[in-house]
Ligand binder design. Structure first.
Ligand SMILES: [Zn+2]
Length: 700
C-alpha cells in the first residue's frame, strides 16, 4: 500500500473533514455551580461599588471628590537618658467634606506597644513554641510599655482660648468630642501633649550600635484618622500589621536633641546655619551638584566635637514639609552622612538625596544607599510619575524596612569584619528601592493601607522589580558586579511568574482582596509577591508594555495626593489600557484559583483536503488545550519542527470566552512538528508544567 503522505508524523491523522468553526455548544464555565446563572470569568465584576460623583466610572476622582486636610505644628524633644519623646502638637483640621462632624477620631498607633491599650497584645493568644525575632517585633509580643501617655487634650476655640476636650481612648484610636459641630468648610484646632518611650523594636525603634544610640521615630505623634466618602471615619484598630491611612497636610516640626546628634526627617531643614557647620553646609551644596555620593560627615569625623556647631546642651532642628501624609525622623550622634543631587532634566529642580548610617553599616551603605535611592527616582519616575518632593532620605538602623514621606528606614549591614554576601548587598538594594519607592505608593497615591495591603505593597513590589533590574544595568561593572551580563538575578525577585508558582499551588491562600489583618497565612506572598507578579504578567504578556504604562500612568497620576480604592485602580487600568480585564481582576485578585493549561490531543490534516490547496502550508495542525486550573489566561504555544526551527502561536485570553474548559488551536505548517509547549516563557504561573509539553510519539 502506498504510504500515506502524513504517516511520517507518527501522530493521529484526522481525515474526516471538520467544519472550520466548532459547532455551537452550551457555555462551559470553569466555576459553573449549577445555579443557572452567569458564571463566566469574563462577566462584569459584581463586587465593585457603583461609580458616583466622588469616584467615577473611569476610575478617577469624580467632580465632587473631596478629602480632609490635617496640618500639624509640633515641638518634640528627645531625652536620651530614658529614651523618651516629649511632644506637643497643634492640629489644624479642615473639614472639606459635605458632612457636619460632631467628633473627631485620632490615631494613637503607638498604643499598639502599650501594656494597657494594645488590642493586638490582648488578642494574641498563647505563644507558639517558636516565634521569629522579626515576628516578635512586629507582633509586639515583647513585654514593654511604649504606649502614649497623653498629658493634655484640648480644643482651641475660635477666639484662641483653650478648653479641655472630652475624649475617649479606644485602644489605638481616640475620639475627641467637639464643643460645636464642625460644619463643612470649617476648621477645628486641637492641641495634644504626650510622651512615650521609643520602643526597642517595631516600625520606629532605638538601637545601641558600636558608637552609641540611634533613634528612628515613627508613629510617634497622635495623627488624625481619615474621614472619607467610603468609610466615614476609618476606625480600624492598629493591630501591628495593617499599616496606616492618613490625611495630607502641612507640617512644621521642631525637634530638640542633644547637641552632638544629627537629625534628618520628612521635610526641608529650615535652620541649617544653626545645626550644621559651615563645612557641612558647603559639602551639601557641592554634593547636590552630582549624582555621585559625597560625604557630608566622613566616617573619621563621626562624634568629633568639631563636626558640630556647638559643644553642649541641645540643638533644635526645624523642618517644614508641604502636602505630606506623615512625618518621621531620625536622630543619633553615630551617623556617617553622604549626599547627592538628582535632576530629572538638566534644568529641573534638584532633589536632595541623603543617606545616614552608623559606621557599622560600612562598607556597604556608602556604596549602595544613595545610588539605589537615585535609581528609585529614575525607575519610578518613568513608570509612575516624577518624584514631587524636594528630598529623599535613606537611614540605617534597627528597623528592617519602613517608609515615610521623604524618609525611609532600612536594615542590612555588613558583618563586623566588614565583609558581606551578595545576598546582603541585594537585600540593601532591594529594601532601599522598596522603601524609598513607597513614596509613590502609598505616601503620594495614598491608599487605605490598613485594609488593602496589595494596593501599596503589591504595586510597590512591582515597581521594585524594575528598580532592581535597572540598578544592575545602571551600575553594571561599577557598583554592580554580581553578574557580568548586568542582569539582576530573577530567581531572587518578586515579579517573575515562576517564583509565585509554589504559592499558587497552596490550597490555603487567601484572595488578594482580603483586608490586611484578615490574612492568616503567607503575608509576604499575598501582600507583595502575588500582586507584583500579576502586574508584571499584565505588563509584559497580557497588555504589552505601552498599553500597561499608559494605564498605570493614568491611575498613578490621577490619584497623586488622593485616596484611591481598589475599584478605582481596576477601573482606571481598564480605562487607560482600553481593555476589559474583569477576568484578570476576578481570577488574580478576588479568588485563589491557579492556572493550569494542559495539552490534550494533537492532530494533523492535509491542507489540500481542508482548503483545497497547499498555499498556506501542507498541513493543518490542531492542538487541543484543556484548562485544568481555575484561571483563564492567554494561551501561548511554541512549536518545534523536525528541522529544529520553532514557531510561536499566541492567542489572547478570549479563546476561553465561549468555553472556559477547553480550546483547540489551529495553524498551518509545511514542516513536521516534533514538540509543542504551552506557556513556553513560563509567563502565567502554570502550576503543573508536566502537562504543558507534547512530544511526537515514537511509532515504528
Ligand atoms: Zn513595603
Amino acid at each position: 500500500m502506498k504510504p500515506h503522505p502524513l504517516r511520517f508524523l507518527g501522530i493521529l491523522v484526522v481525515l474526516a473533514s471538520l467544519p472550520r468553526v466548532a459547532p455551537a455548544s452550551a457555555q462551559q464555565w470553569l466555576h459553573d455551580d449549577g445555579s443557572k446563572t452567569n458564571k463566566s470569568m469574563f462577566r462584569v465584576l459584581e463586587e465593585w461599588p457603583d461609580p458616583n460623583d466622588y469616584r467615577n466610572a473611569a476610575g478617577m476622582p469624580g467632580p465632587r471628590y473631596w478629602q480632609q486636610q490635617a496640618d500639624y505644628r509640633i515641638e518634640v524633644a528627645l531625652d536620651t537618658t530614658d529614651h523618651s519623646l516629649h511632644g506637643s502638637e497643634r492640629i489644624t483640621y479642615h473639614n472639606n467634606s459635605p458632612d457636619v462632624l460632631r467628633f473627631l477620631w485620632v490615631q494613637l498607633d503607638q498604643n499598639q506597644a502599650s501594656e494597657e491599650y494594645s488590642r493586638s497584645r490582648a488578642a494574641a493568644g498563647a505563644m507558639p513554641a517558636r516565634v521569629s525575632p522579626m515576628a516578635r517585633r512586629f507582633l509586639g509580643l515583647e513585654p514593654s510599655d511604649a504606649g502614649y501617655t497623653l498629658t493634655r487634650v484640648q480644643l482651641v476655640r475660635p477666639d484662641g482660648s483653650l478648653v479641655d476636650a472630652d475624649h475617649r481612648i479606644n485602644n489605638t484610636i481616640m475620639r475627641v468630642n467637639l464643643e460645636e459641630p464642625l460644619q463643612p468648610g470649617g476648621v477645628q484646632r486641637l492641641d495634644i501633649d504626650w510622651h512615650h518611650i521609643v520602643p526597642d523594636a517595631g516600625r520606629g525603634a532605638k538601637e545601641l550600635v558600636t558608637d552609641g544610640w540611634l533613634y528612628e521615630n515613627a508613629q510617634w505623634f497622635p495623627r488624625m484618622s481619615v474621614y472619607d466618602d467610603v468609610n466615614g471615619w476609618q476606625t480600624d484598630q492598629f493591630m501591628g500589621r495593617g499599616e496606616f491611612y492618613l490625611e495630607f497636610g502641612n507640617y512644621d516640626v521642631s525637634i530638640t536633641v542633644p547637641w552632638n546628634h544629627i537629625v534628618d526627617a520628612t521635610g526641608e531643614l529650615q535652620n541649617p546655619e544653626e545645626v550644621l557647620t559651615a563645612t557641612q553646609r558647603q559639602r551639601l551644596e557641592e554634593a547636590y551638584r552630582s549624582e555621585e555620593p559625597k560625604f557630608v560627615i566622613r566616617p573619621d569625623e563621626v562624634m568629633k566635637p568639631e563636626s558640630r556647631p556647638t559643644r553642649s546642651g541641645t540643638l533644635t532642628w526645624h523642618f517644614k514639609a508641604e502636602n505630606v501624609r506623615d512625618f518621621a525622623w531620625i536622630s543619633s550622634k553615630t551617623y556617617v552622612w553622604d549626599a547627592a543631587g538628582f535632576r530629572y532634566r538638566p534644568d529641573s529642580k534638584v532633589i536632595e538625596i541623603h543617606s545616614l548610617y552608623p559606621r557599622d553599616a560600612m562598607p556597604l551603605w556608602d556604596k549602595v544607599s544613595t545610588r539605589a535611592t537615585i535609581q528609585t527616582m529614575k525607575t519610578y519616575g518613568r513608570l509612575a510619575f516624577e518624584y514631587p518632593y524636594p528630598k529623599a532620605v535613606n537611614a540605617n538602623g534597627p528597623v528592617g524596612g519602613m517608609e515615610y514621606p521623604m524618609i525611609a528606614f532600612c536594615g542590612r549591614r555588613p558583618q563586623p569584619d566588614g565583609t558581606y554576601s551578595d545576598a546582603t548587598e541585594r537585600g540593601l538594594i532591594g529594601v532601599t528601592v522598596h522603601e524609598v519607592g513607597h513614596n509613590w505608593f502609598p505616601m503620594i497615591v495614598a491608599t487605605d493601607e490598613r485594609k488593602w495591603t496589595w494596593m501599596d505593597e503589591g504595586l510597590n513590589s512591582f515597581l521594585q522589580y524594575y528598580g532592581e533590574r535597572d540598578y544592575a544595568k545602571t551600575y553594571c561593572g561599577k557598583q554592580w558586579t554580581q553578574t557580568a551580563d548586568c542582569e539582576y538575578p530573577a530567581e531572587t525577585q518578586r515579579g517573575p511568574a515562576p517564583n509565585i508558582v509554589e504559592y499558587m499551588r497552596d490550597p490555603d491562600q487567601e484572595p488578594l482582596m482580603t483586608e490586611s489583618d484578615l490574612i492568616a497565612k503567607d503575608f509576604g506572598n499575598n501582600g507583595y509577591a502575588k500582586p507584583a507578579t500579576g502586574l508584571v504578567m499584565l505588563r509584559e504578556h497580557v497588555l504589552g508594555e505601552k498599553a500597561f504604562d499608559d494605564a498605570f500612568h493614568y491611575y498613578a497620576q490621577g490619584w497623586m495626593f488622593k485616596h484611591p480604592q481598589p475599584a478605582d485602580f481596576f477601573r482606571s487600568m481598564e480605562e487607560g489600557a482600553g481593555e476589559n480585564l474583569a477576568w484578570f481582576w476576578r481570577g488574580w485578585f478576588y479568588t485563589t484559583h491557579a492556572n493550569d493549561q494542559a495539552i490534550g490531543d494533537v492532530s494533523v490534516q492535509a491542507a489540500q483536503e481542508l482548503i483545497g490547496d497547499d498555499s498556506r502550508g501542507q498541513y493543518y495542525y490542531r492542538v487541543k488545550v484543556d484548562n485544568a486550573g481555575g484561571l483563564v489566561m492567554p494561551l501561548e504555544i511554541e512549536v518545534t519542527f523536525a528541522d529544529g526551527t520553532t514557531e510561536r502561536h499566541d492567542f489572547p485570553v478570549d479563546v476561553w470566552r465561549n468555553n472556559e474548559l477547553t480550546f483547540t488551536a489551529g495553524f498551518f505548517g509545511d514542516k513536521e512538528v516534533v514538540e509543542i509547549v504551552v506557556d513556553p516563557d513560563q509567563a502565567y504561573a502554570d502550576i503543573d508544567r508536566s502537562n504543558n509539553v507534547w512530544k511526537r510519539p515514537i511509532t515504528e
